[in-house]
Design a protein around this ligand. Sequence first.
Ligand SMILES: O=C(O)CCC(=O)C(=O)O
Length: 315
Amino acid sequence: MAGHRFPVPRFEGVSQEQFIEHLYPQRKPLVLEGIDLGACTSKWTVDYLSQIGGRKEVKIHVAAVAQMDFISKNFVYRTLPFDKLVQRAAEEKHTEFFISEDEKYYLRSLGEDPRKDVADIRKQFPLLEGDIKFPKFFKEEHFFSSVFRISSPGLQLWTHYDVMDNFLIQVTGKKRVVLFSPRDAQYLYLSGSKSEVLNIDNPDLAKYPLFSKARRYECSLKAGDVLFIPALWFHNVISEEFGVGVNVFWKHLPSECYDKTDTYGNKDLTAASRAVQILDRALKTLAELPEEYRDFYARRMVLHIQDKAYSKNFE
Ligand SMILES: O=C(O)CCC(=O)C(=O)O
């Protein structure tokens, strides 16, 4: 496939100061190796997680295919006790299943009441808390959530962005992550925060011709790696093996910028949502014009937005 590919840079043994002073301000994805994550990377086997994680019910995504699609919803939500989920996600073929014997599972853990509470594995899985240390590269008071990500081998999660900074901790298993810059949003065929292009390795270029212009930043994560995903960077995740990850979101902007009802870390900032609503009203007003005039004023508005709101500080 044409297009530019870049490896995500890897850094070993980075100190808190190096990260905060030098790496973080660049606001680009990077992989940190050799961070002290506690005993989880060796302890969190299928047997251990099943025993210690307990029988708490978790809501999971179940799909007959590996490529999960949030837009067409080619998966169903089901509930399983946590221990069963771990066991089933670790096997290729299931004797007990919902749709098919080779169905795929994905857990994105939630808060107690997902409409009100954010996920924090330390609260929902207290017996596992002592096994994991989060990278101390942001202020504790900025912590937002910590989320279990448990997936079947082969599972691919759709390309999407979140609005908070994020450390994706790969605890066990291998994962390939492809990231796209927020500056390339115009090539990703977005529907809300998700890209319509599911098959990013072999895209249908007749349907999505601009996709080949999107710059791809790729990395492979192994147990113990931590991927920094800056807010707004699109990411697509392919689990090459059964794997357990935990991601930690934090708020790097003043708290009032974020939508108070956001328990997932993916609702647009309140000012962005307001601006989009105003734009929708402007578009309704433009629709009152005859086609020739609507087209002309729409082009002028695009130029005005580019002139006034685009930044030259990001590539
Ligand atoms: O690792 C995964 O399964 C998905 C990670 C992700 O989407 C995130 O950290 O925001």
